[in-house]
Write a protein that binds this ligand. Structure first.
Ligand code: DAH
Length: 344
């Protein structure tokens, strides 16, 4: 029995010498000290031995157990610290390294312009209608027919429209005015909405014109609305957008969906009315198209023109942004050159 114990001891010491990690320590512990180990078995059998054997084997097996425990403990102290140091070394963070640079994005100048204009009208009680209520891929029905521009009407030539191959009457909208129809079909007066969005025209691109640009449409329909309401609303908008003391003027004009129609000018912000390149020497800048909603349009959407009246207006966002910031080429908005965009 003594020999067996010494063998176990020798074998344990050999295994302990080979230990390389805390995981190895666990293995050795399992092999020699667990309840199912050979050493423990011997201890369990002590009760069947003679008293002499009991004493010798008992004390020897306890000694061996203690020795193994002590040696494993030493190994543990050593390998635990070693593994911890290695882990800390692996996870070391150099707080003096420079951080990685993430450039900040900016709101596009056209979006800034739309936001500013929408905010002005919201302040006057208009609510914003979103693009999804008035799609960019539109039908002629909404873009023209319902706006009092029938198939053979010459006004269709005023706007060079992109036709699609999706279906005969499907186009890219050439104006946001169709939003008026969508709005009047989906809600009842009083109506007071502002609808910004993209429009498309088949034109050759130049410093002043792009195939894609943005408009903001406005519509107000209620009882007893007169041209004076239109005039007051437009003047208030222009005052807030361009600053207080700038004169405005209404010129008589024609749009199929308004009667009477007007084009609204603001005194040139570059030359203050003296006449310059930007205003083509006239001293005035054309900003808005507007007018009283044509009774035919109201009838088309089932609103009785004897009971209700309204006004509508539309403006080009690029033009307003170009005037505000003195930008002389519309294409700059669409090139995504950060050297341009960073200035706003
Ligand atoms: N849709 C017109 C255009 O693109 C602009 C316009 C004029 C809109 C008069 C209106 C309006 O709502 O009343 O040229």
């Amino acid at each position: 029995m003594k020999e067996t114990l010494e063998k176990i001891h020798a074998s344990a010491l050999e295994d302990i010498a080979k230990i390389q990690s805390t995981a190895d320590i666990e293995d050795v512990k399992n092999t020699y000290l667990s309840r199912k180990s050979e050493l423990n078995n011997i201890k369990k059998n002590l009760k069947d031995m003679s008293n002499d054997d009991k004493r010798i084997v008992g004390s020897l097996s306890n000694q061996i157990t203690k020795d193994i425990e002590e040696k494993l403990n030493e190994k543990f102290q050593y390998f635990y610290k070693k593994e911890l140091d290695e882990k800390l070394e692996r996870e070391r963070i150099d707080v003096t390294l420079p951080g990685s640079y993430t450039p900040f994005g900016k709101v596009h100048p056209l979006t800034q312009t739309v936001d500013e204009i929408v905010e002005i009208f919201q302040g006057m009680g208009f609510s914003l209608v979103h693009n999804e209520n008035s799609p960019e891929v539109e039908t002629e029905y909404f873009n023209f027919d319902m706006l009092n521009i029938p198939q053979d009407h010459p006004a269709r030539d005023m706007q060079d429209t992109f036709y699609t191959k999706v279906a005969p009457n499907v186009i890219l909208r050439s104006q946001t005015s169709g939003a008026q129809i969508h709005e009047m079909l989906s809600s009842k007066p009083p109506i007071r909405v502002i609808a910004p969005g993209r429009v498309y025209r088949c034109e050759s691109v130049s410093a002043r014109k792009n195939n894609l640009f943005h408009q903001i449409e406005g519509l107000l329909v209620d009882k007893d609305i007169t041209f004076a309401d239109l005039k007051g609303t437009m003047n208030e908008f222009l005052r807030l957008y361009f600053g207080s003391a700038r004169p405005t003027r209404f010129r008589s004009s024609f749009f199929p969906f308004t009667e009477p129609s007007a084009e609204i000018d603001v005194q040139c912000i570059m030359c203050e009315g003296k006449g310059c390149r930007v205003c083509s020497g006239t001293g005035w800048l054309e900003i808005l198209g507007a007018g009283m909603v044509d009774p035919n349009v109201l009838r088309n959407v089932g609103i009785d023109p004897e009971v209700y009246s309204g006004f509508a207006f539309g403006m080009g966002v690029e033009r307003l942004a170009m005037l505000k910031w003195g930008i002389d080429d519309i294409r700059l908005f669409f090139n995504n050159d950060v050297r341009f965009l960073n200035q706003f």
